[in-house]
Design a protein around this ligand. Sequence first.
Ligand SMILES: NC(=O)c1ccc[n+]([C@@H]2O[C@H](COP(=O)([O-])OP(=O)(O)OC[C@H]3O[C@@H](n4cnc5c(N)ncnc54)[C@H](OP(=O)(O)O)[C@@H]3O)[C@@H](O)[C@H]2O)c1
Length: 330
Amino acid sequence: MHNHAIARVGVLGATGYTGRELLRLLADHPRVRIAFATSEREAGACLSSLVAAAPELPLVRADDAPLGDCDVVVSCLPHGESMVWMERARAVGVRAIDLAADLRVPDAETPAWAAEVVYGLTELHRAQVAEAELVANPGCYPTAAILALAPLLRRGLARGPVVINAASGVTGAGRAPRADLLFAEVAESFAAYAAGNVHRHLAELRAQTEALGNGSTPELVFTPHLLPIRRGILETIYVPLAEPLDAPLSPWLDDYASEPYVRVLKDRLPSVADAVGTNQVVIGAVAVRDVSQPMLIVVAAIDNLLKGAAGQAVQNLNLMLGWAETEGLP
Ligand SMILES: NC(=O)c1ccc[n+]([C@@H]2O[C@H](COP(=O)([O-])OP(=O)(O)OC[C@H]3O[C@@H](n4cnc5c(N)ncnc54)[C@H](OP(=O)(O)O)[C@@H]3O)[C@@H](O)[C@H]2O)c1
């Protein structure tokens, strides 16, 4: 059981989209002091140049970050770059939260120092997160899909294939410049990408849905889309059912009644605007008419930078430090 009055938190990769969002949350968090924040390209610039409320600290290169001086390090580094820093943090005994995908699905290749990693989907793994030394913060698409599907999977109600059509705003792709993400390429258009079950979030989606389904997990068909907006995700999920549901929303209303960051809409389906700027996953469901097999359409919306990344990281940080889960969150 950990219980700190104040904690020092270090941020690796503070200039990216998730890093800046995390800095913004930590700068206003009543119990957090920012110990350091890193950037390779903008080292020397002041944190307050990124986030007005942040302290007058200079950004440092990751090599110069005093990892041992904090209670928790949060990595907002790209996939593939994060592992080495997570290992260094653990080597000096510092607890860590990793926003990158590298440790979300432990397998035979997972190094021994990361063997106890906890998947940080807070609503599903709260008790383990509170005690964790190392947390793999979930991906943005999986956060919305898993929380949308969990009530059906737990009850053995979902049949396959479950089709997940997911659309994300452009910040989901990170801040590194790319020609295919230029304004002129994405504005006033809408397109699928990584179709055909080839997106790297699938491994994470499958691992978590299989754990929830307890032997009756349906196959998934996952198709991401790029939405020409800055932030926000909407997922429309088609779920064939084992049996019709008299009250289609009851599994979500029952399971999430006391969740601070899951909102179930009773009279309409969610929109991106319901979730952006909040740490909520907003969920709705309707029965499909005139089909031979009973089917639900479940819709979930999140802010990819909050519940899909930095907000969920703060939820997990709060639990790890013995604080109220909602502390410092919108
Ligand atoms: N964007 C999302 O919606 C989202 C949601 C969930 C999870 N994630 C995950 O969160 C992580 C960060 O995503 P992001 O979108 O914030 O990325 P991003 O905007 O591209 O930012 C990456 C950050 O990492 C730093 N960096 C890049 N290469 C580095 C290296 N070799 N060594 C040290 N620092 C390096 C960059 O610093 P400088 O360029 O200043 O040097 C920048 O601060 C990724 O692993 C991503 O998969 C993202």
